[in-house]
Every structure is written in C-alpha cells, then in structure tokens.
Design a binder for this molecule. Structure first.
Ligand code: CA
Length: 227
C-alpha cells in the first residue's frame, strides 16, 4: 500500500468512478474533480503525487489546466498524465509541449492505467544525474565523452545524433514531440528543424543496428525510448 494521492480530473462520472476504484484497490488515495477550475483548487489544496487529467472538460479544459499547473512554481513538479480520446494527437502534442508528463488514450484497461501511474510516480522520485552514464538495454551512453557503446562495441554518431539519443534514452518511456527534441539539441551543429528530426532518427536507428528498435515512433506524437 503506497498511500500516494492521485487527483482524478474527469467529468464523466462512470469513468471517474472506474479510475477511482482501480486506484483505491492498489492502495492509492484519490481526490476527485470534474471541472478544470476545481482541479486547480484541489491540486493546490492537497498537492497530489500525480494528476490524471481528462482533456475534454467543461469550463477550463485539460490543456488550460496543464498550462496553468506547469507555469506555477509550486504545482509544476506534480506529474500530469493526460487522459485523451483516440484521434486527439494534436492535443497530446500540445499537452506534452506544455509540460504534461505522459498520456493515456481512452478506452484503457486498469492494467495500463496503473502502469502509467506507477511510471510517473517512479520518474518523479528519480533524480537526474546529468553527468552519469546512461545505461539502457545493452546501450551505454557516456555524456561527458560523447561515446556510445552497444554490447561493449563503440558506435560512431554525429553530435546531433548523440544528443538526440542521450535525450531520449535519458528518460526511457517518456514520449517527446519533435519540437521538444529540437529544443533539447538545437544549436549544436546546425539549426535542427522538426522535420529534420525524422531524418536524424532514421540515421540514428541505422547506426544503432538492432538496437535501433529501442527508439519507437509514436504515431502522430513523436518518439520514445523503449523502457
Ligand atoms: Ca471529458
């Protein structure tokens, strides 16, 4: 029993109840809000460990709630998982760029819901050590030395490819939009554009060989390094 508090922001009562029951069964405490304004009040009052945020809300919508939370010096540290309907890729992209931490698409199973919640809570606890080597699957990335090895063998990457790999692999399981990737690597060799990210990823995957599959394309949204 973890006792962590999850704020559920959802205006459809049946979905709100379904999420609540599943979280309570796992030992989480829950707070409920069905309007954006109430979600912000509840977040400030109870400082939950994570927020499950439906995007289609009456009044202030989910994206606005996310924007306000991520611009707030106190609330910004609370992980936000957007809850979206299928086909809302543009909202997902907008939400990620506003600082949302992950998303889940309706309809979802209890298993997927709990996995996402556990993942954001775990990430929230992890502290990033920027200088440390990143080890994921059989890839080791040495930030200081700009070196990458796969199963012990060095791989030659351009600086931009290296930066993209470091950025994605440093946060496995997180989905990043092309803009977020550009923002993370910009200004190193030349101006990276959103479109050129796709080209860089193609080149990067080719150089990584079989390990290239760890970089997953998230259709309509961006890229993710396999957890
Ligand atoms: Ca809704």
């Amino acid at each position: 029993m973890s006792g962590e508090t999850i704020l559920i922001v959802e205006d459809e009562e049946s979905i709100q109840e379904l999420i609540r029951v599943n979280l309570v069964r796992e030992g989480y405490r829950t707070e409920l809000a069905s309007r954006g304004e109430d979600a912000l009040k509840a977040a400030k009052a109870s400082m939950p460990d994570a927020v499950l945020l439906d995007l289609m809300l009456p009044g202030l919508d989910g994206l606005e709630v996310c924007r306000i939370m991520k611009a707030d010096p106190v609330l910004r540290s609370i992980p936000v998982v957007m809850v979206t309907a299928k086909g809302e890729e543009s909202d997902i992209v907008a939400g990620l760029e506003l600082g949302a931490d992950d998303y889940i698409t309706k309809p979802f199973s209890a298993k997927v819901l709990l996995a996402r919640v556990r993942a954001v809570l775990r990430r929230g606890r992890q502290k990033q050590d920027e200088g440390a080597a990143i080890k994921s699957h059989d890839i080791v990335i040495h930030p200081g030395r700009h070196e990458v090895t796969i199963a012990g063998s060095p791989v030659e990457l351009t600086l931009t490819e290296f930066k993209i790999l470091q950025f994605l692999a440093g946060r496995p399981g997180w989905v990043f939009t092309r803009y977020q990737i550009v923002d993370a690597v910009r200004g190193e060799e030349y101006a990276v554009t959103e479109r050129s990210v796709d080209v860089q990823i193609v080149g990067l995957r080719k150089k990584l060989g079989a390990a290239g599959r760890y970089i997953e394309t998230v259709r309509g949204v961006g890229y993710r390094f396999m957890e």
